[in-house]
Design a protein around this ligand. Structure first.
Ligand code: SF4
Length: 245
């Protein structure tokens, strides 16, 4: 029965998640999650972080706060040229300024007076669905708002999390990044969602890189169904004199 098979697969994947965290937590030691309880600020900073480094995004957010405070009505109604200049260091400032103002103006139309804080009363999937109804908000941005802004167990799936989760067999090869949000949340305990998010990003950035995963030094080598495939490629590449990064 497919349903039972699926449940068995989920159990195996939950066991794998526990083993993965046991190995990665001591290495990457994610700090405890401290939600900022400013979900609108988290939403704005997540938009600023698109297609740029964390450093540039943080600088742009600091400049925005220095100019407008955390007064999101002022940001929503600021002259566009002024806002673009304020966040210029984040790159794509014209696009991001328009996106920020559009979403800030849409929030009062979609939410009650309690604003985004009202999402804490909902299950994660429903809260994410409500957020993705806002203009320009995808599942990853929505999950960042829920996790970092409200402390809810939503697991943001960026390119690193998606790639590493597929290689580790935590999601099916055909699962899209969008679908991976719910798929991973189904196998990670709510209390471990933040640690799992941080650990998979760190592993993806530092070891399980897109083009040249460094399986030979990976702490998950013996657990990972992709390790042998990648190792074989490494041996073949070494035989052809191709250097590994
Ligand atoms: S063993 Fe290789 S493919 Fe698997 S997680 Fe580690 S680096 Fe990635």
């Amino acid at each position: 029965m497919p349903e039972v098979q699926g449940q068995g697969e989920d159990l195996d994947r939950r066991t794998a998640v526990r083993s993965i965290l046991e190995r990665l937590r001591p290495l990457f030691g994610p700090p405890p999650l401290v939600p900022d309880h400013d979900p609108v600020g988290t939403l704005v900073s997540t938009i600023l972080s698109q297609h740029t480094s964390d450093r540039n995004a943080d600088r742009a957010f600091d400049r925005l706060i220095a100019r407008y405070g955390a007064d999101w009505t002022r940001v929503a109604t600021a002259p566009p040229a002024e806002l673009i200049a304020t966040i210029a260091c984040s790159g794509l400032a014209r696009v991001k300024a328009a996106r920020i103002q559009a979403v800030l103006r849409a929030i009062p139309e979609h939410f009650s007076a309690a604003g985004l804080a009202s999402l804490t009363a909902l299950p994660v999937a429903e809260a994410r669905r409500r957020l993705t109804a806002l203009p320009g908000v995808g599942p990853k941005t929505a999950s960042c708002v829920l996790l970092f802004g409200l402390g809810m167990p939503a697991l943001p799936v960026d390119t690193h999390v998606h790639r590493v989760a597929r290689r580790l067999g935590l999601i099916d090869p055909t699962t899209s990044a969008e679908e991976a949000h719910a798929a991973l949340e189904a196998i990670v305990a709510p209390s471990e969602v933040h640690a799992m998010h941080v650990c998979l990003i760190r592993l993806g950035r530092e070891i399980c890189q897109a083009r040249h995963p460094r399986c030979s030094i990976c702490p998950l080598n013996d657990l990972c169904p992709s390790a042998q495939i990648q190792d074989t490629r490494d041996v073949r590449a070494a035989g052809k004199g191709v250097s590994r990064s």
